[in-house]
Write a protein of this length. Structure first.
Length: 227
């Protein structure tokens, strides 16, 4: 563990020197390419390490969150970086109550609370709106406690007539589309977790249904769901 974390800590410190302005230096210029190389190296090594140095894992996660603000969704920032960072800080304090860095932890906690609020606010919908969307799915009764938010993409298979999208939320659910009018993908939609979706009729008097999830949009006439 020591040799691995010595390398992770070294990468983290280089990344921070390159990416984060320091008042202690008379002259500083951001070195993004070098900094991100060392940060990604530290991040992947820390994720895959069987044993964790909780304090420095938290620091790597929080720096990743800061650097990925313009490149990741609010959901990803919360769940990939700030939430696990706070968990690691808690473990670090339990392991060594005297190695407290209150200002550092408080700054990360503010980011965590901010993104938690934004993500929870984005999930708010009335029961009626949710039911009106879900009832467009044939077999929606089998969804039970299923949530599009927090579900994970497994696969998408499609041709010019039909498509099957697999999402995992505990169990794997199959969404089968038929009478397809169009399938739109801005680019690879298979990101880790779903943070945004909508299901609606293309027009109030239309039989056409729009299934809009992340960067994938399927326009069809029938959607059947089964687990």
């Amino acid at each position: 563990m020591n040799n691995l974390w010595d390398k992770i800590i070294e990468d983290y410190k280089i990344a921070r020197e390159c990416l984060v302005y320091s008042k202690k230096k008379d002259y500083w210029i951001r070195q993004e390419d070098k900094g991100m190389y060392h940060l990604w190296s530290a991040y992947y090594a820390a994720i895959n390490a069987e044993e964790k140095n909780h304090l420095f894992y938290a620091r790597v996660l929080s720096l990743m969150g800061w650097e990925m603000q313009a490149k990741s969704s609010n959901y990803e920032l919360l769940n990939k970086y700030y939430k696990p960072a706070m968990e690691q800080y808690d473990l670090a304090l339990k392991e060594n109550p005297h190695c407290a860095y209150p200002k550092e932890i408080e700054n990360v906690r503010k980011s965590y609370e901010y993104y938690k609020y934004i993500v929870e606010k984005s999930k708010i919908r009335t029961d009626a709106d949710y039911y009106n969307a879900i009832k467009l799915l044939e077999g929606h009764e089998c969804l039970d406690e299923f949530s599009f938010h927090d579900s994970k993409f497994i696969s998408l298979e499609c041709n010019d007539q039909s498509a099957v999208l697999k999402l995992q939320y505990g169990d794997i659910y199959h969404f089968e589309f038929s009478d397809i009018y169009d399938v739109e993908m801005n680019y690879d939609p298979l990101t880790a977790y779903v943070s945004d979706f909508a299901i609606y009729q293309a027009a109030s008097d239309s039989e056409t249904i729009v299934f809009d999830i992340e960067l994938l949009k399927i326009i069809c006439k029938h959607i059947k769901v089964r687990s």
